[in-house]
Design a protein around this ligand. Sequence first.
Ligand code: PLP
Length: 450
Amino acid sequence: MLKDELPKIITKTVPGEKSEALIARREKATPGAIRCVYPCAMKRAQGAMIEDLDGNLFLDWIGGVGVLNIGHCHPEVVEAVREQAGKYFHGMFNIVTHEGYVALAEKMNEIVPVRGAVKKTFFANSGAEADENAVKIAKAYTKRPNIIVFSGAFHGRTMLTMAMTSKKSYALGMGPFPDGVYRAEFPYLYRCPGNMTGTEAIDYYIGKIYKVFEEASPADQVAAVVVEPLQGEGGFIPAPVEWVKALRKICDEKGILLVADEVQSGFGRTGKMFASCYWKEAGCEPDIITSAKSIAGGVPLSAITARAEILDAVPAGVIGGTFGGNALACAAALKVIEVMERDRLCERSLEIGEKIRTTFNKWKEKYAVVGDVRGLGGMVGIEFVKDKKTKEPNAPLVSALIKECAAHGLLIENAGTYGNVVRFLAPLVITDAQLDAGLSILEDAIQKCM
Ligand code: PLP
């Protein structure tokens, strides 16, 4: 079965003839702004493997950028969607009530670690939509106009989420942006200034939040602080728990809601169902969590979960949308969660993460170009530099690695403000043999390209 295969390139060149033809049609028919540097045109996919139109087998370490924690085409998810399709595709939630939406909201209320005993959930279609909604809800609840976001943050490509996103190459020429979005520095410990100790660094970054209160928006005008528990596009940078604790304290003192954007870190990726489960264990869980990507195994869906009191503060009609909580997506999500819990994919995420981190750390000792290795569970990043002392980012190397790995059947993606991080987002159903094969392709590529 494809899901158990190892990467294998059978064409003389990559892409092969059929893939090349489809990629050429793509270039003519679709905008180049939706960039794609990969030579892979899909024929079918299972687990962590993609077969292309020419019969090449690619090992997928990108998983649709964190959408496929459960793997490509999990048979039980396929069956759940098929069964739902035989009943009804869509039941707009403003018009009719459907079981899938309600059951999924109940399940999310059970598993999403937001503060409060009684929780509610509603559904949208994408991560950006979920984040926009979280901000709207926070404004409705607090009756305040502003929000604080972070350096390195990525929240999406709508007008508000472009404003919230740090890297402005994602928003070139798109201003003016919505007002009331202020930015503090994210605790990127590998690149923190000077030779600070851990505690000094936390104090430094917390100080940056007070600076926003002083120079940009008084705290009593801030509705929410929106933070990724582990920055995704920003370079797989975990928010240190001590920093989160201090942030939580500030939010409590100032009446600000803490929003965790778990669009990329959710659904088992970090070794818990949500990265915020670690926060909860440390007593600093968020007020609102947004999730998307892996929630429905590839069917578009996103969710916003908060305690009932917060969600019930929104005036009627202000949130919702035609497709949010589509019946096919809800059926997929219910099955994804059932399988993840039953098959203990969070534990598998920890196992995979341990193996990847151990190997990457060995490479850090071995290769002058590996600057930092970091992550949580199966969400692991490896940062490449030109020089370990100066930490000068090495984006050209990462671009070369992506190309070289693809030529040998491994799909890897970059991340980070400087594009110099390789991120590991493989489906959590990846086999040990596939994991080893991927690590071997990547190490060969490092030796060849550095
Ligand atoms: N938030 C985070 C943390 C993300 O990683 C992403 C996408 O990569 C988004 C929001 C936006 O999600 P979408 O592309 O589904 O709008």
